[in-house]
Design a protein around this ligand. Structure first.
Ligand code: NAG
Ligand code: NAG
Ligand code: NAG
Ligand code: NAG
Length: 180
């Protein structure tokens, strides 16, 4: 069902047509929801603005029973009279991904989150899971996105059942001067 979009993303990667350097990256909204609180409890999630252009993302949740089978479906929407699906979408087997970073799109997201969280280990996942004061330095970021406001939705499945959602909106401004 998603293979065409994955292929399209592969084509974007292969041609290297559209990776942009950012001059601004700023979180604008963050929403999470647990669909099964006897498995995953979200203690809190919030954005914290520390200056005009610097917004930190925090999330803290507890997995109550070990999760051995985890999938994430990540999808990017671009804002244009509401958020419209954009070309990036992928579903990854998290346990397999943590052994081998086989999905290039999930890997971009993983690399942004990794050093601010305790997710860097293999399955199973249990207990406290956090993202602490995540800041995205635009100077270190290249994304295959033109300027705009985006929504990255993450739908997380344990044993094939939807357990929680993470929806992150952000503004990204590409550096027009650096485009070739
Ligand atoms: C996340 O976004 C998706 C797609 O717009 C929506 O269906 C879902 O309800 C949202 N979840 C939360 C927690 O806002
Ligand atoms: C919620 O999670 C619990 C604990 O793992 C599980 O026993 C139960 O079947 C799940 N409920 C639903 C509706 O998936
Ligand atoms: C996460 O939240 C729990 C419960 O509110 C708290 O005890 C814990 O210290 C928090 N951990 C982090 C890393 O924020
Ligand atoms: C992630 O964990 C692996 C294995 O524990 C370790 O070798 C690696 O350095 C860690 N990576 C980061 C970026 O922390």
């Amino acid at each position: 069902m998603w293979s065409k979009k994955v292929l399209l993303f592969g084509a974007v990667l292969a041609l290297k047509v559209s990776f942009y350097d950012a001059v601004l990256f700023k979180f604008t909204n963050f929403q999470c929801k647990s669909y099964n609180e006897s498995w995953y409890v979200i203690n809190y999630y919030r954005l914290k603005a520390v200056s005009r252009d610097r917004v930190l993302l925090n999330m803290n949740g507890t997995i109550l029973h070990p999760a051995h089978n985890i999938q994430v479906h990540a999808k990017v929407y671009k804002k244009a009279n509401g958020f419209k699906p954009w070309v990036l979408e992928s579903t990854a087997d998290v346990c397999r991904f943590m052994k081998k970073r086989y999905d290039p799109f999930i890997n971009i997201i993983y690399n942004i989150f990794n050093k601010f969280s305790n997710i860097n280990h293999t399955c199973p996942y249990v207990g406290l899971q956090f993202v602490k004061d995540l800041y995205v330095n635009p100077e270190l970021l290249i994304l295959p996105f033109p300027s705009g406001e985006y929504l990255l939705t993450g739908r997380w499945y344990f044993d094939k059942k939807l357990i929680f959602d993470t929806n992150i909106s952000f503004i990204f401004l590409e550096d027009l001067l650096k485009r070739t």
